[in-house]
Design a protein around this ligand. Structure first.
Ligand code: NDP
Length: 277
């Protein structure tokens, strides 16, 4: 699978799996676990979760699913903004490590910006890095001004990703955030790349999918992944959906497809405030 470089030089695969909503219903646990295992089987090694999801239930499910496969995974989790003080981040990280059943998180993100100064959260991230509890740190839902502020802080340039909402119907970041991240070599992680399923009936998407003999979800993912420094973390909670997402990597969108999608969902021509879900 194609890989992109983190600012450290380490590479990660461009397609992973999200877990928001997993772990909340015991009846679904077997299928969700199978989905995570399938993701690893097909090389979608980035697994994204957060302390927020199901109040820790998603991390617990991920922890159980990865028990014997932690070393195949690039594991991302997130600290809530109201935990993101120096002490609070360290404590939150300990909680995540315990639920995930691991000694170290690959990438630890600030879930979105709250009232705690970015410098304080960054200090906590650096402390956790020195202690070997996290390998990299990053942010989520930060728009251009917040990213600029972060990059001006000592050590701020070590930010490994900005995880943001990006899909065919949410193209705001193309105006400024995405080009600026690309300029600086900061990978963007696209969350909700399928718009949580809401875009899958889009007539243009459906037509292009039919022409390619694939599903609308595959076209939607191939579209997100056409960007060189973007990785995508669709949430797929069955092995079938995971396999289908994986096959999006084989889809080659033609210039005419891209033009048709642009016409239906134009790229922004002015600044739009970063949307979040
Ligand atoms: P997605 O855009 O990934 O959509 C998920 C939905 O798409 C689910 O209903 C899923 O169904 C469905 N789906 C998955 N694969 C297919 C397929 N092949 N065909 C048809 N439908 C499919 O939404 P999310 O909001 O979950 O975003 C993905 C991940 O991003 C989250 O799980 C989370 O890890 C992260 N995230 C981060 C945020 C942040 O603030 N940092 C905010 C939002 C998300 P099913 O479950 O039945 O497979």
């Amino acid at each position: 699978m194609r890989e992109i470089s983190l600012p450290s030089g380490e590479t990660v695969r461009v397609l992973g799996i999200g877990t928001w909503g997993m772990g909340e219903n015991p009846d679904n646990a077997r299928q969700e676990t199978a989905a995570i295992h399938m993701a690893l089987d097909v090389g979608m090694s980035v697994v994204d979760t957060a302390e927020m999801y199901g109040n820790g239930a998603a991390e617990e499910l991920v922890g159980r699913a990865l028990a014997a496969r932690r070393n195949e995974t690039f594991l991302i989790t997130k600290v809530l903004p109201h935990h993101a003080t120096l002490r609070g981040t360290i404590d939150a990280c300990e909680g995540s490590l315990r639920r995930l059943g691991t000694d170290s998180i690959d990438l630890y993100l600030l879930h979105w910006r709250g009232v705690v100064p970015l410098a304080e959260t960054l200090e906590a991230f650096e402390h956790l890095q020195r202690a070997g509890k996290i390998r990299y740190w990053g942010v989520s839902n930060l728009d251009v001004a917040d990213m600029e502020e972060l990059l001006r802080l000592p050590g701020g340039r070590n930010v490994a990703t900005d995880q943001v909402l990006y899909n065919l119907t949410r193209r705001g970041i193309e105006f400024d955030l995405l080009p600026r991240c690309v300029e600086r070599g900061i990978p963007v992680t696209a969350y909700s790349p399928l718009e949580q399923g809401r875009m899958l009936n889009d007539p243009v998407l459906v037509r292009i999918a039919t022409e390619h003999g694939v599903s609308p979800a595959q076209i939607a993912l191939a579209w997100v992944l056409r960007q060189p420094l973007v990785l995508a973390i669709p949430k797929a909670s069955s092995p079938q959906h995971v396999q289908e997402c994986h096959r999006a990597l084989d889809v080659r969108l033609a210039p005419q497809d891209l033009a048709d999608l642009d016409r239906a969902h134009p790229s922004p021509t002015h600044k739009r405030v970063l949307e979040m879900l």
